[in-house]
Ligand binder design. Structure first.
Ligand SMILES: [Zn+2]
Ligand SMILES: [Zn+2]
Length: 611
């Protein structure tokens, strides 16, 4: 699994070449089996490769697609091509030669036009300079391609790839274009890696947060409420509130102050903040009231800026750290909504730190330290910090147009990370519109990757809001602003934690911590007494008085992954004890109730991962 996580989109990488070469082999196999197919593009991706095909339409005018039997046939054909050990041969061609070569391939012709005009590469991505037009050929198949590839098909392992599925994909991602059939394959260096990947996928399916969310009654979506707008059920609300409590404690200890701000704000504020010019596509449309346009907020930043600016600040007051679990609304396309991971309403573990340039490094590293504390608490051992920088091409469009400040802040972040000894990788053209950011990717217990948190430096917005402080020379100075959200949004975090823990939450996060199970009705009263004592101690406990048999009650508690079950009968009443059954199957009979109470309260108070 680690190889998969270590994958870099680097073209010299052997895995990149293997995957790219398999995409070509797949296209050859498809053309041999479906000579009428039109081929589009086929790049390597982070777990394998895909290729897009157009098989024309059926009698009803719907795009023809591939069945799973077709995929098997294509896979078999690919293995035959691989065993032919055909070399991958590179050549450069003129645009006209390329047009002749691909005369009956309309998608390739469109790409050649783009290449010839110097606008796009062979994947249709925008590029800076006019490219060389080149092809790669193996056996009977020649593709428009700049490579690189393995030397010959014999270097591909027939037991280390698998065709996975077919999905519809619009040509160039545009809904106005024809729908193509995208075949996804997964490919690895060897059979063992492939097996590990397939196993991880299987495990991920079991841990799917949408499935667990339903089973454990964490959240639902409702059509009448709208897509991407989750409803937290009582169990989910408990988890959300525990996370808020955690954040509140950690932030208070780190010198943050908490604030609360409204969900709706006048248009002018978002023009001033820069959200409207740069971020309008992701915002809900405005509503009009008394002739004034109001927007629901996509972010909490401008409100916090207003709070900072509401009084005169001196250098002695800095840093000012304002935190809020703020609810935001963003317009995500319905096709992009995904369970709790991509939603339209979200509550963010937000905060803004206003500091001087001198204080920047310490504050920035303080935030990084906070992330690391959370990771330790949740048992996240693998994470990567990614420094996202701007791209000069996007200045004035995607990014605030101030090249000098970009260079300066990017260097400040780089230096802070280096001084703090925090390992990071750098990625160009992924910054926020107002400054560089650190994205934190984490891997769940089964090795699934998530982007959870961001930490952003903002040099552009404080001056727009006229934010200042009086420095020690009595002069007005503009502070820097750090935006951070280590616990992400409740939606993303709970979705992630559901998959990370497979719903088996540590005691402090478990919606129900203790289930008390009387053996017969005669023991109900004792059970209720225990319930009351546990609840009085702040433990989430419930006695199950349903008229079911004991074993059925135990199964019901196990289904909900309740950490502790206390079975009580005559003996327990006599000894003021409980028969403890833990979620992991271990048991302790005749445990004095006081000892159990001490155990559960200790686990909760220390947020222990132990049972
Ligand atoms: Zn290629
Ligand atoms: Zn912000």
């Amino acid at each position: 699994m680690s190889e998969q996580n270590g994958y870099q989109k680097h073209e010299d990488d052997q895995l990149y070449k293997l995957r790219h070469s398999l995409a070509h082999v797949m296209a050859q196999a498809v053309l041999e089996l479906y000579p009428e197919a039109k081929i589009a593009i086929g790049p390597p991706i982070d777990t394998g490769f895909y290729y897009d095909f157009d098989l024309g339409t059926d009698a009803e005018g719907k795009p023809r697609t591939f069945s799973s039997e077709d995929l098997e046939e294509i896979e078999t054909r690919m293995k035959r091509i691989i065993s032919g050990k055909y070399p991958f041969e590179y050549r450069e061609v003129s645009a006209d030669e390329a047009r002749q070569l691909f005369a009956d391939q309309p998608y390739k012709l469109e790409l050649i036009d783009g290449l010839d005009a110097g606008e796009v590469d062979e994947y249709g991505n925008e590029i800076d300079e006019k490219p060389v037009i080149s092809t790669y050929r193996q056996d009977s198949f020649e593709d428009l391609c700049r490579g690189p590839h393995v030397e010959h098909t014999g270097q591909l392992r027939t037991d280390a790839f698998k065709l996975m599925n077919v999905a519809g994909a619009y040509w160039r991602g545009d809904e106005a274009n024809p729908m193509l059939q995208r075949i996804y394959g997964t490919a690895w260096r060897n059979k063992k890696e492939l097996k590990a990947h397939l196993k991880m996928l299987e495990e991920a399916k079991k841990r799917d947060h949408r499935k667990l969310g339903r089973e454990l009654e964490i959240f639902i979506f409702d059509e009448e409420i709208g897509p991407g707008l989750p409803l937290w059920l009582p169990n989910g609300t408990i988890i959300v509130e525990e996370l808020e409590k955690l954040a509140h404690e950690m932030e208070t200890n780190a010198g943050y102050e908490h604030v609360r701000t409204p969900h709706v704000t006048k248009e002018d504020l978002f023009i001033r903040s820069g959200h409207l010019p740069y971020y309008a596509e992701s915002m809900y449309p405005p509503m009009e009231l008394d002739g004034i346009k109001y927007y629901v907020k996509p972010m909490n930043c401008p409100m916090h800026h207003k709070i900072y600016g509401s009084k005169l600040r001196s250098y002695r007051d800095l840093p000012v750290r304002l935190a809020e679990y703020g609810t935001c609304y963003r317009y995500e396309k319905s096709g992009e909504l995904f369970g709790l991971m991509r939603v339209r309403s979200m509550q963010m573990n937000d905060a803004h730190i206003y500091c001087s340039v001198d204080q920047f490094e310490e504050e920035f590293l303080g935030v990084v330290g906070l992330y690391l504390k959370y990771f330790e608490l949740f048992g996240l051992e693998r994470y990567v910090m990614r420094l996202s920088t701007h791209h000069p091409k996007g200045l004035g469009k995607k990014y605030v147009d101030n090249p000098l400040l970009w260079a300066k802040t990017e260097e400040m972040v780089r230096r802070a990370m280096e001084h703090g000894g925090v390992p990071f990788v750098e990625v160009a053209d992924e910054a926020a519109f107002y400054g560089p950011k650190i994205d934190v990717q984490v891997w769940s217990a089964i090795g699934r990757e998530f982007t959870l948190a961001t930490n952003q430096v903002d040099f552009a917005v404080p001056p727009r809001f006229d934010l200042t402080f009086i420095n020690n020379e009595g002069q007005e100075e503009t502070p820097l602003c750090i935006h951070r959200a280590p616990l992400s949004t409740h939606e993303r975090m709970v979705g992630f934690l559901l998959e990370h823990y497979a719903g088996v939450f540590p005691v402090w996060l478990a919606p129900e911590q203790v289930r008390i199970i009387p053996i017969t009705d005669a023991h109900n009263e004792y059970a209720l007494g225990l319930e009351a004592q546990l609840q009085a101690a702040g433990v989430r406990a419930a006695a199950d008085l349903a008229g079911e048999r004991m074993n059925a009650k135990i199964r019901a508690a196990q289904m909900m992954k309740v950490p502790y079950m206390l079975v009580v009968g005559d003996q327990e009443i006599e000894n003021e004890s409980v028969a403890l059954r833990k979620r992991d199957g271990s048991r302790q009979n005749d445990l004095p109730f006081g000892e159990f109470l001490a155990l559960v309260t200790e686990r909760v108070a220390t947020r222990s991962p132990l049972l």
